[in-house]
Design a protein around this ligand. Structure first.
Ligand SMILES: [Zn+2]
Length: 221
């Protein structure tokens, strides 16, 4: 695939929704029980984590590819995304082929119809990635005079949508974004230069300070 084709192909779509997270409703909070934050970058009032240190982030990211399309760079996209978050967070996630059974983090890759046929969620046209996170409220974080809810995560099922013949960088970007939610990002970052921006109109392949720091701080880093 030539560079020119690549540019044409990624410039055609209008803004594509990357994700809407399924969330347990916000609890009211009255005191900062979890600590003080140094920044708040999300458009949502929650931040998630698996535990108090990065060592609690699941190291095995199970992946299941629902189709055999060679132009759907799901596995390599996940590996690239995992590598970038590993460097940013100082962690050692790795992708593992999913067989069966209950696992904390599982990603499916396939077309929207293949994903919807799983009966786990119903994605709408235009969705490029999605995370279904199970979490419970563990208390409140303080940022200035604001309080934000801390969500303790216990399970995450991610979905990466096969959008046809796109350059692998498109899937790397989507996987990076979704893995940010897996680590604890709830809501989205404000700038279209952030990987955690809600739309992938730009194919950002570098995690910004905003991308990293929003989650690093809740893991005590
Ligand atoms: Zn998202």
């Amino acid at each position: 695939m030539s560079i020119k084709n690549h540019i044409i192909k990624i410039s055609k779509p209008t803004l594509l929704t990357i994700l809407a997270i399924v969330l347990i409703p916000v609890m009211s909070v009255s005191a900062a029980t979890l600590g003080t934050l140094r920044r708040w970058s999300s458009d949502w009032n929650q931040v998630g984590r698996w535990g108090s240190t990065v060592s609690t982030i699941p190291t095995s990211i199970y992946i299941s590819k629902l189709n055999s399309s060679g132009t759907f760079y799901f596995a390599s996209g996940m590996d690239s995304g995992i590598s970038k978050w590993n460097s940013a967070m100082g962690i050692s996630m790795k992708s593992v082929a999913y067989v069966s059974g209950s696992v904390p983090v599982l990603y499916y890759g396939g077309t929207i119809s293949q994903i919807n046929a799983l009966g786990i969620t119903t994605l709408t046209a235009g969705t490029t990635g999605y995370n279904k996170i199970t979490s419970t409220n563990e208390g409140a974080w303080a940022f200035g005079s604001y309080l934000y809810s801390g969500m303790k995560m216990s399970k995450d099922i991610g979905f990466i949508v096969d959008r046809g013949a796109y350059d692998s960088s498109v899937y790397v970007n989507t996987c990076m974004h979704e893995l940010g939610h897996t680590i604890g990002w709830i809501g989205h970052a404000p700038s279209n230069t952030d990987v955690m921006y809600a739309y992938n109109d730009l194919i950002n392949l570098t995690l910004t300070l905003t991308d990293k720091d929003q989650v690093l701080q809740v893991y005590g880093k």
